[in-house]
Write a protein that binds this ligand. Structure first.
Ligand SMILES: [Zn+2]
Length: 278
């Protein structure tokens, strides 16, 4: 990968992590994030620095992956010659339509097109991007990677994703940047830039709790795992805010914790999030 693209991806990741912290109402890492963002931005050469600033005012997708020879943000079909140049990575290239910078991921993760018809799109709320088969009322793993593995397995067994191992690795990489655990025992592990399909959510509850590097060393008990295509980035932040708002209330968390079967968990989740997730 071109070093400038790599640099800008790091910067973009930090900006996204900062958005996530804000959406989840957390401020404990903000200072550290601000200083890392400032540092990376300062080191970025012109004209990239100015252009990055301009693009990131529009939305956070400044550097976007090419998927199936199209720009994954604006969906423009790209000339094959341009895709080849981007793959060679000798220079930095931008999408001729939306001007976002392009890269070819070394190890892309895809939503699968086989498997169930994706969700009841005509319905409002959670049913648009999740399903009873993706509910795990009783996570049993004893560590972070185990919990992520269980959440990914539900997606895989349901036929929503393939390449489980790659998905787990991407999710763990994101955790190493900054834990996705927030207050109230909630955590939002996720993988972005997934090709194809829409945002997909699996939900797991761990009765004892897991050390997920949460705030103040507290255990995490309720996990929302999401695979997020580039085009769903801003919706993801709204969803994160809606779920945080719903489950900062103890009664709502207790109701999730008490669900015994995937069907129960699904019922409780859809009912409780009716207002906050549209
Ligand atoms: Zn584009």
């Amino acid at each position: 990968m071109h070093p400038t693209i790599n640099h800008m991806i790091q910067l973009q990741e930090l900006l996204l992590a900062r958005d996530e912290q804000k959406a989840a109402g957390l401020d404990q890492h903000l200072e550290q994030l601000e200083s890392s963002i400032h540092g990376l931005n300062h080191e970025l050469a012109e004209p990239f620095k100015t252009q990055f600033g301009k693009l990131s005012q529009r939305d956070r997708n400044v550097i976007v992956p090419i998927a199936d020879n199209t720009c994954s943000a604006c969906r423009m079909a790209l000339p094959i010659s341009l895709v080849q140049l981007v793959r060679m990575a000798k220079e930095v290239h931008a999408c001729p339509s939306c001007a976002r910078y392009l890269y070819v991921p070394a190890d892309p993760v895809r939503n699968t097109s086989r498997g169930p018809k994706r969700f009841e799109v005509q319905k409002p709320g959670i049913a648009r991007f999740s399903a009873p088969a993706l509910m795990i009322p009783n996570l049993t793993s004893k560590d972070k990677v185990g919990v992520i593995r269980e959440l990914v397995s539900a997606l895989h067994e349901g036929g929503f994703v393939d390449q489980s191992e790659s998905l787990i690795e991407h999710a763990m990489n994101r955790e190493s940047l900054l834990s996705t655990a927030v207050d109230h025992g909630l955590a939002f592990p996720h993988v972005r830039g997934v090709e194809g399909g829409g945002l997909t959510l699996s939900v797991g509850v761990h009765r004892k709790g897991i050390h997920f590097n949460g705030p103040k060393g507290r255990m995490s008990k309720i996990f929302f795992f999401m695979v997020i295509p580039t085009a769903a980035s801003s919706f993801y932040l709204k969803l994160l805010a809606g779920l945080t708002e719903t489950f900062m209330i103890k009664d709502a968390r207790d109701a999730l914790m008490e669900a015994k079967s995937p069907e129960d968990l699904w019922k409780v989740l859809t009912k409780l999030t009716r207002k906050a997730v549209k």
